[in-house]
Design a binder for this molecule. Structure first.
Ligand code: NAP
Length: 315
């Protein structure tokens, strides 16, 4: 029985995953990062995207005829959705550490923008700006696109701080204290009321460049955008145009169409854009190894793993 580790994170996971498997009494597995060895014995594949010449490598899974599931080390699985070389279940990463990281990052940047913290801590110049009073959360509307594993707890954390929280998803939701919208008819509604927009959508054919020159202007003047989903959820040109026009006051971006973001990209030099290098939520090795081991156990028992992706839906 083999577990094939198709990721450059193999050395970080090898021992910790073995331990996590044995703690669940799952023995007899060999974990390897050698894709061409004993392909018929591969029963599970653990995957994260790797790049060659900046493009994500597309793997051919056809040879792994006995593979029972592919486990992604990331929550975003767009690089595997259109891969037609496998028909086993695809499972995205669901991990408490990853979720906590995302909630903390989104709350931190929402507070930073809400309180105008940059104004006081960047380029301190000896001017006593006592007349600028910080607002209260109860007077601020925050919208979250995507109310899934990451969006829902972010909504609750912001609600706990007192923000007026609005959320948007594909299907209807009922979250305590959160005004929920859904589907295309709800999209315009959430954009209309949102002053700080947090993007936590997966990248699919439906969400590609969902924030564009038609939709960004639906937000009130001076609103801010925080994108921790995927770079291609936003049309960069439209965002830059709306920043220039003063319609959008700030964009905090963790994810980009091209990663790493090239040094010449205008986002790096824009005074109203904050770039972070895809670090909003990291997958912690120890807890995620336990999550994968548990999912392997569930699959072996014929049960549904946590984070099962609906390939047709795209996430
Ligand atoms: P998830 O649990 O699959 O949730 C996705 C949410 O988006 C759901 O609420 C879903 O609606 C909604 N959605 C999907 N398509 C939609 C559409 N067409 N219209 C309206 N709503 C739609 O995903 P997650 O685990 O929260 O992760 C979200 C994304 O975050 C990932 O896909 C990944 O790209 C990104 N991410 C980034 C980082 C980082 O470090 N920056 C780390 C982890 C993840 P329903 O609830 O109705 O299905």
């Amino acid at each position: 029985m083999r577990i094939l580790f198709l990721s450059n994170l193999f050395s970080s996971y090898e021992n910790i995953l073995s331990k996590a498997l044995s703690e669940l009494n799952l023995s007899g597995f060999t974990i390897s990062d050698e894709p061409n060895e004993k392909v018929d014995e591969v029963e599970f594949i653990i995957y994260s995207p790797t790049r060659k010449n900046e493009a994500i490598v597309t793997h051919d899974f056809t040879n792994y005829r006995n593979n029972k599931a592919i486990f992604s080390l990331y929550a975003g699985v767009e690089s595997l959705i259109n891969n037609n070389t496998f028909d086993c279940p695809l499972v995205k990463m669901v991990d408490n550490g990853l979720t906590s990281g995302m909630v903390e990052w989104c709350v931190a940047h929402t507070l930073r923008i809400h309180l105008g913290i940059d104004r006081h801590i960047l380029g301190q110049d000896g001017i006593w700006r006592h007349d600028i009073k910080p607002p209260l959360a109860k007077d601020r509307n925050v919208g979250i696109l995507g109310l899934g594993v990451l969006g829902e707890p972010t909504a609750h954390a912001l609600r706990y701080l007192g923000f007026n929280v609005f959320g948007w998803s594909r299907t209807p939701k009922n979250l305590e204290g959160v005004s929920c919208f859904h589907a295309s008819e709800g999209f315009k509604k959430i954009l209309n009321v949102t002053e700080i927009l947090i993007v936590l959508l997966p990248l699919t054919s439906q969400t590609f460049k969902i924030l564009n020159s038609d939709t960004i202007p639906l937000m009130p003047k001076n609103s801010a955008v925080i994108n921790a989903g995927r770079g291609d959820l936003i049309d960069d040109e439209a965002l830059l145009k709306n920043l220039k026009a003063g319609h959008i006051s700030n964009a905090t971006l963790d994810v980009f169409s091209m990663e790493p973001l090239p040094p010449s990209h205008p986002y790096w030099h824009h005074p109203l854009v904050t770039v972070t290098p895809h670090i909003a939520a990291d997958t912690p090795v120890e807890s995620s190894a336990k999550a994968i081991a548990m999912n392997i156990k569930l699959v072996m028992q014929g049960k549904k793993p946590k984070g099962l992706v609906n390939i047709k839906r795209g996430y």
